[in-house]
Design a binder for this molecule. Structure first.
Ligand code: GLA
Length: 460
């Protein structure tokens, strides 16, 4: 299986790629020597399965062409020098003896350090080699296309290569998913998994515990178009994301307690389903039976679990959710179990390819958006407006993609109609003011390959 192999190493002629050539020249003028290798790690678009990876459920993303590309030279001193082609991201230097990740500021270099620490932790080595590294990103930041995880994965593969070590794609994805949590967000493993396991021409069903990926053949009659709402959302800079993770964790514990299970050992909605041996439909009925619609106060949750607020904070809640006083449990659990079912339905339609496949997939995508908007409350007015504009402009289905609260939508459009669709959305959503000036705010996309190492061919 390809996922058990390491990421590929390809030989390239740098002169064949304007981007690589420019990166090489910038590297030379910055560090005074040539890069020894390059690493590319892609962003992703999630077609369906939002906010369920950290509950243990399968998701269905594809890697995109937009990526993080870095030029690297390992060096003998103990210093890591990071630079970025975008002057907005400042240079950063650290000694290999004192790598610190500052959770309070999600600055770009901290994501790099997460990837580096992931490899360090995996091999349990004290001191990684020093390096000079110049990073160039084409994934729009804070847009739900996983620019941060692409950087973490790129840094993980750079560290692995610089230190002469080897890991499979799956091991790399797991190490990077774990280490991205150093930034403070309790993400699942979707973004890192698809960044390593993505393959050109196919979307992937990503399943967890154990991590594995299988091909999902998308119907030939449809094209996927990404549109940016231009509302930026950095999930490490707010507590929205972690509050949702905690709500799912608390819902798990309350269901487990009510059903007489060992609630302390369970923290994912998927695990409690497994223990109860029920279907996703049946779990939705359990949610209806157990939870009330009104938000739960911390006092009510503590009462139900028989613990004090201090215990709740110390053993269940993350650092940035310590002071939250109400949690919505019914809505979040309802979303998770129904969304997990939609992923399975989506995969089944792709596999069976019935005559109305495109209509059925579109309907599932739109239902997913409704659930994200109304039950999970991870959309925002601009994203909702963009979804509506996309549907009115000819999309068969449209939804937010990624963490939400801003960022991008993904729409399914009949093949051959994408240009007319893009023109209509441009006209309706982007025509006014500053948005009109933004480039690449809407584009058709297809499944791209996962992370890889590039070596300059000898004859260059
Ligand atoms: C972010 C996280 C992922 C996933 C999505 C929502 O991208 O990093 O693990 O939870 O949000 O589906």
């Amino acid at each position: 299986m390809t996922s058990l192999t390491p990421p590929p190493t390809l030989s390239v002629r740098v002169t064949d790629s304007a981007r690589l050539l420019k990166l090489k020249q910038m590297f030379l003028s910055k560090f005074g020597s040539d890069p020894k290798f390059y690493v590319r790690a892609p962003g992703r678009v999630n077609l369906i399965g939002e906010h369920i990876d950290y509950c243990g459920y399968a998701v269905l993303p594809m890697a995109i062409e937009q990526d993080i590309l870095a030029a690297v030279e390992p060096v003998k001193n103990d210093v890591i020098c990071l630079a970025n082609t975008n002057p907005q991201y400042l240079d950063f230097t650290t000694s290999t003896n004192s790598i610190q990740i500052d959770k309070t500021k999600p600055l770009w270099h901290n994501y790099f350090l997460c990837g580096l620490k992931g490899i360090q932790d995996h091999f349990n080595f004290n001191k990684p080699t020093g390096m000079n590294c110049l990073v160039d990103g084409t994934v729009p930041p804070s847009s739900g296309l996983s620019s941060s995880s692409a950087l973490v994965c790129c840094a993980g593969l750079i560290t692995l290569t610089s230190n002469g070590m080897a890991l499979s794609k799956v091991e790399l994805a797991e190490a990077c998913a774990k280490s991205e949590r150093y930034i403070g967000t309790e993400g699942g493993g979707m973004d890192q998994s698809i960044s390593f396991l993505g393959e050109e021409g196919t979307a992937k069903l990503i399943e967890f515990s154990p991590l594995r990926a299988s091909d999902v053949k998308l119907p030939p009659g449809a094209v996927f178009v990404i549109a940016n709402s231009c509302v930026e959302m950095n999930k490490a800079a707010t507590s929205h994301f972690n509050i949702r993770v905690m709500e799912c964790r608390l819902a798990t514990k309350l269901i487990a307690k009510r059903r007489g299970l060992d609630w302390k050992s369970l923290s994912k909605l998927g695990d409690v389903q497994g223990k109860l041996g029920l279907s996703l439909q049946e779990m939705q009925a359990v949610v209806e039976e157990i939870f009330h619609r009104e938000p739960y106060s911390v006092e009510e949750i503590c009462g139900a679990l028989g613990i004090t607020i201090d215990e709740l904070r110390a053993t269940i809640l993350s650092q940035n959710t310590q002071d939250v006083s109400f949690f919505k449990l019914y809505q979040r659990a309802k979303h998770v179990y129904s969304e997990a079912q939609r992923v399975l339905d989506f995969k089944e339609v792709c596999d069976e390819a019935p005559a109305d496949a495109v209509q059925r997939l579109g309907a599932l995508m739109s239902q997913s958006h409704e659930s994200c908007k109304n039950m999970y409350e991870c959309s925002c007015p601009e994203v909702d407006q963009l979804v509506n504009t996309c549907l009115q402009s000819g999309a068969i289905g449209s939804r937010l993609t990624g963490a939400g609260w801003g960022g991008c939508t993904v729409s399914m459009v009949p093949a051959g109609h994408q240009d007319a669709f893009i023109a209509k959305v441009q006209d309706a959503y982007y025509k006014d003011g500053s948005l009109a000036l933004l480039k690449n705010n809407i584009f058709a996309t297809k499944p791209a390959s996962g992370a890889l190492v590039l070596l300059e061919a000898a004859n260059n």
